[in-house]
Design a binder for this molecule. Structure first.
Ligand SMILES: Cc1cc2nc3c(=O)[nH]c(=O)nc-3n(C[C@H](O)[C@H](O)[C@H](O)COP(=O)(O)OP(=O)(O)OC[C@H]3O[C@@H](n4cnc5c(N)ncnc54)[C@H](O)[C@@H]3O)c2cc1C
Length: 426
C-alpha cells in the first residue's frame, strides 16, 4: 500500500519505487538526515530546481531535546529566503543577552542587542517546529521529495565513487541512486563511518545532565544561567516547560548516580533555589539523560560522490550553542557551491567532481576551526575552573573587562550570533 502526501513518503510503504526499477529511485542529490543541516540544504537545492531526496530515519520530526536556538545568522538566512517573517509567526521567545548569575551578582559575557541586524537576538523555538517549517517549505517545490522512516544502512559504491544509498524501512530495503550523497546524519553519522572517514575528537571537560522541569506563569522567559560552588546550570525556556541542563565534570556521572537522584536534586536546588519546589517532579534517573559532551572535526569532509556537513563533519562543543547555526551555514555554503555542478550532473547524469566538494570543506573548515579554538579557551579558562572549585565563581579578569572595552565588548555576541565568516544565500 502506498501512503503519499504531496512529495512526502513513508519508507515502509514501498512508495519509493515508481521512479525506477523495482525498489530503486533516482535523484540528483540524496541528503541523509533531516536535522537542521540536511533539511535546510534540501530546501535550498529544491528551490534551485535540483532533484533532491531527503532521507530521515525517524518517522516524524518530534524528537528529544537537541537545542532550540536560532542565532542571528540563521534568521538572516531565513530572511534571504523570504521566510523569516512567517517563521517568526510560530511560537518562540527571544534572548538578546547571555546573563550568568553568580554569587557575586549577575554577569553578562555576551550581548547581541547591539549587533547591526534585523534580528539582534537568539530566537528560541522548538527544533521540531523549525524542522517542520523548513521541510514544509521544501515540499512546495516539485523537485523535492522526503522519505520519513528511512534509515540509511549502506552506501552504494562503484569504482571508488559513491553512487547512492540503501535504506531500510518497515517494507524492507530500498535504493536511492544519486549524483551526490550528502551525509547530514549528525554526530554519530553512519554515512561517515561507512565512508571510512574518522573524526579527530577532543573531550571537553564536562558532561551535561538534561531533564525537564514544569514552567509556571510567573517565570521569566528565555534563558537562565547559574555558576557557583563547582556547578553550572542552564535553564532553557521551551514554552510549556523548562529544559534544565546541569553541567558536571567529565566522567563523574557514575559517582553522582551512585549517590542517588536525591543528591542531584540537592545540588541543583542549592544552585537555583527558585526552582527547588519543582524538583519533586524528578522522581528517578529515567527522567534524566546524560549528554557526553564531545567536540570533533573530520580531517576530510568528502570522498568521490559524497560530502559530510553539520555534526557529521564536526561536532561542536555546547559552549555558545553554535551547533545548529554551524550546520545550517554548512548547508548554505554547500548549496551555493554545488548548485551549478549539481545542475550539470542532473543534465549529463554524471557525479559531481570532487573538487567542488573540497571547495565546500575549504569554505567551512576555517570558521569551524576558529570557533572550536575559542570554545577550547572558554572550556579551559572558565568552565574547568568553575567546575573544579568549591568556592564562589569569579569570572576571569579578561571576561570581566571585556564588556567595558567598546571595541571588544560586542565580540562574544558577534561570535555567538554569527560564528566566523558567515554564509549568505546566493
Ligand atoms: C542535548 C543536546 C542539546 C543541544 N543544544 C543545542 C543548542 O542549544 N544550540 C545549538 O546550536 N546546538 C545544540 N545542540 C547541538 C545541535 O543539536 C547539533 O549541532 C545540530 O542539531 C546539528 O545538526 P545536523 O543537521 O548536522 O545533525 P542532527 O541535528 O543531529 O540531525 C541528524 C539527522 O539525521 C538523522 N539520521 C541519523 N542517522 C540516520 C540514518 N542512518 N539514516 C537517515 N537519517 C539518519 C537523525 O534522525 C537526525 O534527524 C545540542 C545537542 C544535544 C545533543
Amino acid at each position: 500500500m502506498t501512503e503519499t502526501t504531496g512529495n512526502r513518503e513513508r519508507a515502509n510503504t514501498g512508495a519509493a519505487e515508481p521512479r525506477g526499477a523495482s525498489g530503486v529511485t533516482r535523484t540528483t542529490c540524496a541528503v541523509v538526515g533531516g536535522g537542521p543541516g540536511g533539511a535546510v540544504l534540501a530546501l535550498l537545492l529544491a528551490r534551485k530546481g535540483i532533484d533532491v531526496t531527503l532521507l530521515e530515519a525517524h518517522p516524524d520530526f518530534d524528537r528529544e531535546f537537541r537545542g532550540d536556538t536560532l542565532h542571528p545568522s540563521v534568521m538572516e538566512i531565513m530572511d534571504q529566503l523570504g521566510l523569516a517573517d512567517r517563521l517568526l509567526q510560530l511560537r518562540h521567545s527571544k534572548v538578546d543577552s547571555l546573563t550568568i548569575q553568580t554569587d557575586a551578582g549577575p554577569f553578562t559575557p555576551a550581548n547581541l542587542s547591539r549587533l547591526k541586524t534585523k534580528f539582534p537576538y537568539i530566537t528560541i523555538m522548538p527544533q521540531t517546529d523549525f524542522l517542520k517549517f523548513v521541510v514544509g517549505e521544501a515540499e512546495k517545490y516539485p523537485s523535492f521529495r522526503v522519505v520519513m522512516g528511512a534509515r540509511v544502512r549502506e552506501l552504494i559504491e562503484e569504482d571508488g565513487v559513491v553512487r547512492g544509498v540503501r535504506y531500510e524501512g518497515e517494507g524492507g530495503m530500498h535504493e536511492v541512486r544519486a549524483a551526490l550523497v550528502v551525509g547530514a546524519d549528525g554526530r554519530g553519522s553512519r554515512v561517515r563511518r561507512l565512508a571510512g572517514i574518522e573524526p579527530v575528537k577532543t573531550s571537553p571537560p564536562m558532561d551535561v545532565l538534561w531533564f525537564k522541569l514544569p514552567r509556571e506563569p510567573k517565570d521569566a522567559e528565555g534563558l537562565v544561567g547559574r555558576f557557583g560552588r563547582g556547578h553550572i546550570a542552564v535553564m532553557l525556556d521551551r514554552n510549556d516547560h523548562w529544559q534544565a541542563g546541569y553541567v558536571i565534570p567529565k566522567g563523574t556521572f557514575p559517582e553522582l548516580r551512585h549517590e542517588g537522584i536525591g543528591e542531584l536534586k540537592r545540588q541543583f536546588a542549592g544552585l537555583i533555589p527558585e526552582f527547588a519546589d519543582r524538583l519533586e517532579h524528578l522522581t528517578d534517573w529515567r527522567k534524566v539523560s546524560l549528554l557526553s559532551v564531545e567536540s570533533s572535526r573530520c580531517p576530510t569532509w568528502h570522498k568521490p560522490g559524497l560530502l559530510l556537513i553539520g555534526d557529521a563533519a564536526h561536532v561542536m562543543s555546547p559552549v555558545g550553542g553554535v551547533g545548529i547555526n554551524y550546520a545550517i551555514q554548512d548547508a548554505v555554503a554547500a548549496a551555493n557551491i554545488l548548485a551549478g555542478p549539481l545542475r550539470e550532473s542532473q543534465r549529463r547524469l554524471v557525479s559531481v567532481d570532487e573538487k567542488h566538494l573540497a571547495a565546500v570543506q575549504r569554505r567551512r573548515e576555517l570558521p569551524t576551526r576558529v570557533i572550536q579554538a575559542v570554545q577550547v579557551q572558554v572550556q579551559k579558562n572558565v568552565l574547568a575552573p568553575a567546575l573544579g572549585s568549591s568556592g564562589p565563581f569569579s569570572p576571569p579578569l579578561l571576561l570581566k573587562l571585556l564588556p567595558r572595552i567598546p571595541l571588544l565588548r560586542d565580540l562574544p555576541g558577534r561570535l555567538i550570533g554569527y560564528g566566523v565568516w558567515p554564509s549568505r544565500v546566493r
